[in-house]
Ligand binder design. Structure first.
Ligand code: HEC
Length: 229
């Protein structure tokens, strides 16, 4: 047994001296037993590439690409002018539209920046909210808003249930969330939920709020929570 341990230590000493510890410094290129995709074929910044006809490695954005937080306005300013992308922004001010708050308190109702602009506030607005909700929220809160998204199947999270009884009654503190409060949770997160302010523009956050309300009203009108998952 003693010899077994001695030879075991000997083998470890050989292996360590041959390969070194991961992270130890050397001028030589490392010997990697499990390479973990550290080395892979790629085009480095500003490098040329024979793959493309123009010899450039870096590609220009695809025509019509918009930076996040920008959109092409539905109407160009004039018939001759090309529509310039308008900034719809992630955050800019301290008003209700940007924060969901009036002073220190959450406000309720959609902000006038949306309701006064008929090019924004129409059926498309709710559809946009539905799309954004299904992309960003449904995975945890469920397609119907019942808090049973895919994640609930793994028993990891208990996401808030938008379909609790009393969800349209401001007096019911357990189930009701003011529009501004939902907006604020999307922006900053709350408790176990992370914030989505960096991914979802201000306007889209309000569209999600409007869509959540429409889910709740639809459920109330039909007399039951939506069976959809
Ligand atoms: C990764 C899962 C996950 C995603 C995605 C997610 N949430 Fe949540 N959400 C939660 C969890 C978990 C809670 C409960 C947080 C707590 O009480 O600790 C919660 C709570 C909430 C609440 C209630 C907070 C309160 O006042 O008690 C609102 C409103 C909410 N989420 C809205 C949204 C909206 C809108 C989206 C999409 C933009 C979204 N969530 C995306 C997991 C998620």
């Amino acid at each position: 047994m003693k010899y077994f341990f001695l030879s075991y230590l000997f083998v470890i000493a050989i292996v360590v001296s041959a390969f070194g510890f991961r992270g130890s410094k050397s001028e030589l290129s490392p010997l990697e037993i499990i390479p973990d995709m550290d080395q892979q074929a790629k085009v480095k910044y500003q490098a040329s590439s024979e793959f493309f006809a123009d010899g450039r490695g870096a590609r220009l954005p695809v025509k019509g690409t918009l930076p996040m937080g920008f959109e092409v306005p539905a109407q160009p300013a004039s018939a001759t002018e090309i529509a310039k992308p308008a900034r719809v922004a992630f955050t800019s001010g301290l008003g209700y539209y940007d924060t969901g708050k009036v002073g220190d308190f959450y406000g309720d109702g959609l902000p006038v920046e949306i309701t006064n602009d008929k090019t924004v506030f129409n059926a498309e607005f709710i559809k946009r909210g539905e799309q954004r909700y299904n992309i960003n929220c449904a995975i945890c809160h469920g397609t119907s808003g019942n808090g049973k998204g895919v994640t609930s199947k793994y028993g990891i999270l208990t996401a808030f249930n938008f379909q609790q009884a009393g969800n349209l009654d401001p007096a019911n503190a357990a189930a009701y969330r003011a529009d501004g409060a939902i907006f604020d949770v999307i922006t900053h997160g709350k408790g176990l939920m992370g914030g989505y302010g960096g991914n979802i523009t201000l306007r889209d956050r309000w569209a999600i709020v409007a869509y959540i309300r429409s889910l709740q009203i639809a459920a109330k009108e039909s007399g039951a929570t939506l069976p959809l998952q």
